[in-house]
Design a protein around this ligand. Sequence first.
Ligand code: PEP
Length: 256
Amino acid sequence: MRRYLIAGNWKMNTNLASATALAKGVAAAAPKKLAKVDVMVAPPAPYLLAVRDVVKGTGVDLGGQNASEQAPGAFTGEVALDMLLDTGCSSVILGHSERRTLYGETDAIVNKKVHAALAKGLQVVLCVGELLEERKAEKTNQVLDTQMSGSLAGVTSEQLAHVVVAYEPVWAIGTGLTASPEQAQAAHAHLRNWLTARYNASSAAATRILYGGSVKPDNARELLSQPDVDGALVGGAALKPELFVPIIEAAVAVAG
Ligand code: PEP
């Protein structure tokens, strides 16, 4: 049985005061929900410690938004996986479309980061998803297959137990456009079939596949009701407790 995961990606938003306040809002609402649903927040790296201090003991997990695959050293501006661990993270988001499109992260780079993160014992939230022109050209499945095989090259079925896949159609991220529940389910089912073919049926059945792309309180329940949607990676709506908490509540309601 897969537990829902509702993950908030704060991106390069908030300041120290607003990050702390947001964390307090999520932490205050979360404990009652956590019996059935996992909750994670991924603040900007400079605020990880402050947010850690707020969510400590509440069951809300902390994640990094990205990390270097390199060991600590002379890599100006980068954040090491050891630093994420040190500041209380149990997960790291890798291969987000903004990293791929704005910072040139290829599947090969993402794959190095995936291996480095798994070696450190972090849970990986691996993002994949197609561009609008790729969807229009009916290449969605092909794009997902390429991203999955490139990003997960050499990852064993034992390691896959520490990987969460996030299907994020790029055209739906931050645009207000959302994949329909049917479009999301079709992509998620395709990803699960890919996992079955590449690994095995039980690993595929155990792997959580999150949907991301303009998830809001008013569309969360229908998306989360799809059989292969195991949670949400939330951007914009993760920045306000009054939007993020109802998404957690939708997952609790669907979990039953
Ligand atoms: C994201 O950045 O992962 C995301 C899904 O953003 P939004 O919810 O704002 O579309």
